[in-house]
Design a protein around this ligand. Structure first.
Ligand code: ZN
Length: 287
């Protein structure tokens, strides 16, 4: 089911007035024609448009968890995770791996002006500041949080090392501090590494006012042996409102760029248009 949090609901309301997550200056009222009478109209101070960050929720409560968007609009959201574990960083340093950044994928998204939401780990942004700048500098893209070091927030989350419970809040807060200076379309969307979360993990995020984003279409692009299984996985699961999980991590997901054109063609055949997550969750003016 589509779970909408208070932050999103607030956002949906505000969008009617001001656009969601988009700073829209209010155009000044045209000066009234000089009235023949001496009675002048009261001068109304125009309040600044409220700026609402997509995904921003109430602090102090467990964050909402979103699996997908509304099923009654023909839009989907392409999300790309930028993982960077300590082990990955070590492989880069040793030269065992040359890149965890799929440049061909980024160029394809840029060239075809495909809206996308990037879930970036703090360590990936520190490794690739220029690419993070390209995410933030493109009005088709928005930036979301995928933890600092892609460690697990629960036990038994694939083979990921587990964060101590006391370190969870700071891990996510630190990532916002890394990402926010890049500007652009920053969000308060957060995706758990491996999508692994439980009550304790959600509670740890309560001080941060985030929206947790899972997804309903797992592409399986990490460690896929070619583009075909990725295309099949996406197109066999996708529906209106789907949140599609892909990766921009090259060495771990090297066929994502090869799969993307066929995924886009398949979406088009089904009449599904990719939009940024905030536009799908907050309404057409959100993006
Ligand atoms: Zn990940």
């Amino acid at each position: 089911m589509w779970i909408i949090g208070r932050g999103l609901a607030v956002c949906a309301v505000l969008v009617l007035a001001a656009g969601c997550g988009v700073e829209q200056p209010i155009a000044p009222e045209p000066a009234p024609e000089a009235a023949p009478s001496s009675v002048s109209a009261p001068v109304l101070e125009s309040a600044p448009a409220p700026v609402v960050t997509p995904g921003a929720g109430r602090t102090g409560v467990k964050p909402p968890v979103v699996q997908h968007g509304p099923r009654d609009r023909d839009v989907v959201s392409l999300t790309f995770d930028a993982d960077m574990t300590d082990a990955m960083a070590a492989r880069l340093r040793s030269g065992a791996v040359s890149s965890y950044a799929n440049l061909a994928l980024l160029k394809l998204l840029e060239r075809r002006k495909i809206p996308a939401t990037f879930f970036v780990t703090g360590q990936w942004a520190e490794q690739y500041p220029q690419l993070t700048r390209r995410f933030a500098g493109n009005p088709q893209f928005e930036v979301a949080n995928h933890s600092y070091e892609h460690a697990a927030f629960t036990a038994g989350c694939y083979t990921l090392p587990q964060l101590p419970p006391g370190a969870m809040t700071e891990d996510v807060a630190k990532t916002f501090r890394v990402l926010e200076p890049y500007g652009g379309r920053q969000t308060r969307y957060f995706r758990f590494p491996g999508l692994c979360h439980d009550k304790a993990a959600l509670k740890a995020l309560a001080p941060l006012g985030v929206t947790v984003v899972d997804g309903d279409v797992v592409s399986g692009d990490p460690f896929a042996r070619g583009p075909a299984p990725i295309v099949r996985a996406v197109l066999s699961q996708v529906k209106p409102g789907s949140i599609i999980i892909l990766h921009i991590t090259e060495a771990n997901a090297q066929y994502t760029d090869d799969a993307l054109p066929k995924i886009l063609a398949g979406l088009q055949r089904r009449g599904l248009r990719p939009v940024m997550l905030s536009e799908m969750l907050d309404g057409p003016s959100g993006g």
